[in-house]
Design a protein around this ligand. Structure first.
Ligand code: AMP
Length: 397
């Protein structure tokens, strides 16, 4: 990796200001209901405290819109982290100001402090220079382990780096860059990509880039209906983005002219309504009849996509193949998840819904890399410059 890594830093006796992505879900009692994002940053956290550094953690949680919202405090996250690392994590009442400076000044080696939710201040999302300077002044060293927010030019991600001597990537950030960068730059071939989800509008640029890099791109989910309609295929009452039919047609034309394999579903499960228990019917061709809504890919598509995935050495998957939240419509997504999670394939999965599907089917441990950043991983694959990565210090060669 071209960027400075936390592993290159001498953290002993230093105050290490670390941006993490602890934007975790809380249950109705305010407890952390899924600690996956906390666990993902434990290697970086341990690296600092085990070497006698003083660790100052900062994160956002939810969307408090620039003002303090008690239900979005990071206190429950501090409690969970404390039990995971078996040492107290001191929760601050704010992320900047005199009181915080006092707490940080009194820290001892090996101690951990959690700043309060960054987004309680509008200056965080505004990338305000004064606020960035205030955050930077808390640490001797800065580490960014928050891949999930790397696509945002916020104060704790981007602005802060202008006020520190060195900005390093944490181990999670490093792993994300290596895995996602690796499949784009030197994938073991054949390399297959599977893209699904509701909206093609958010994934056009990703499809284009993957058509360029992968040997085959397979489309599922509602976004396939906009592409099918652009080909003149009837899709009944399925979810489409009519404004994007022109863009979809251009994409299909470009893929065809370049001789790229852009596969669309060859059969569909359709329902009268997107509801559990609704009457269903299998359409065994490309089209869907009037009065029916496509809710999943059909068995012939599962077989076709499964075969392509099965003969690949690298697979990238983002987005469900249907309305997988409803069990009756989940089988296409489950079959694709099983094919992706096959041993011996380098499998990289991004996006909240694909990860939720892997978890539902007990397959999370079976894939090579689960990206912690949905939006960030798509922007990375698109080839966009992510401000949080660009801002890190380049490694000296
Ligand atoms: P996205 O955020 O664009 O990745 O879309 C994810 C959502 O797409 C999930 O909540 C799925 O239920 C939904 N989805 C996938 N296939 C369909 C479909 N055929 N009709 C309606 N929604 C779908």
């Amino acid at each position: 990796m071209r960027k400075l890594s936390i592993g290159d830093l001498d953290v002993r006796g230093k105050r290490v200001l670390m941006r993490v992505d602890f934007n975790v879900p809380l249950d109705p009692h305010g407890n952390v209901s899924d600690d996956g994002r906390i666990l993902a940053s434990i290697p970086s956290i341990r690296y600092v405290i085990d070497r006698g550094g003083m660790l100052i953690l900062m994160s956002h949680l939810g969307r408090p819109k620039g003002k303090p919202v008690p239900s979005m405090s990071l206190a429950p996250v501090s409690a969970r982290l404390g039990s995971l690392i078996d040492r107290p994590v001191r929760q601050c009442g704010d992320c900047v100001g005199e009181e915080v400076r006092g707490i940080v000044a009194r820290m001892q080696p090996g101690q951990v402090v959690m700043l309060e939710n960054l987004r309680f201040h509008p200056e965080e999302e505004e990338n305000d220079p004064g606020f960035s300077r205030g955050l930077a002044s808390l640490g001797d060293l800065y580490v960014n382990d928050a891949f999930g927010t790397a696509h945002r030019a916020h104060a704790s991600v981007e602005g802060v780096t202008h006020h520190v001597a060195q900005a390093a990537a944490g181990f999670l950030m490093e792993k994300e860059i290596e895995r996602l960068g690796g499949i784009l730059s030197s994938p073991e071939r054949p390399f297959a990509a599977v893209l699904g989800g509701a909206k093609i509008s958010t994934k056009i640029a990703v499809i284009e880039r993957l058509l360029d890099r992968a040997d085959c791109v397979m489309i599922g989910g509602a976004m396939s209906y906009t592409l099918l309609r652009a080909k003149g295929v009837p899709v009944g009452g399925s979810l489409v983005e009519p404004d994007l039919e022109g863009v979809a047609a251009a994409l299909l034309g470009k893929a065809a002219r370049a001789g790229k394999a852009l596969l669309l579903p060859v059969d569909h499960l359709a329902a009268r309504a997107v509801e559990a228990g609704s009457e269903t019917r299998l359409f065994d061709g490309e089209g869907i009849g009037d009065g029916w809504i496509g809710v999943d890919i059909g068995p012939a598509t599962v077989a076709l996509y499964g075969e392509r995935i099965g003969s690949s050495k690298t697979v990238f998957w983002n987005g469900p193949m249907g309305v997988f939240e409803i069990e009756d419509f989940a089988s296409g997504t489950e079959e694709i998840a099983r094919a992706v999670a096959r041993p011996g394939v380098v499998s990289v999965v991004g996006g909240g819904d694909s990860i939720a599907a892997l978890r539902t089917f007990g397959l999370e441990e079976k894939v090579t890399h689960v990206s912690t950043g949905g939006g960030a991983s798509l922007e990375f694959i698109e080839g966009k410059t992510l401000p949080g990565i660009a801002a890190l210090t380049d490694k000296e060669c």
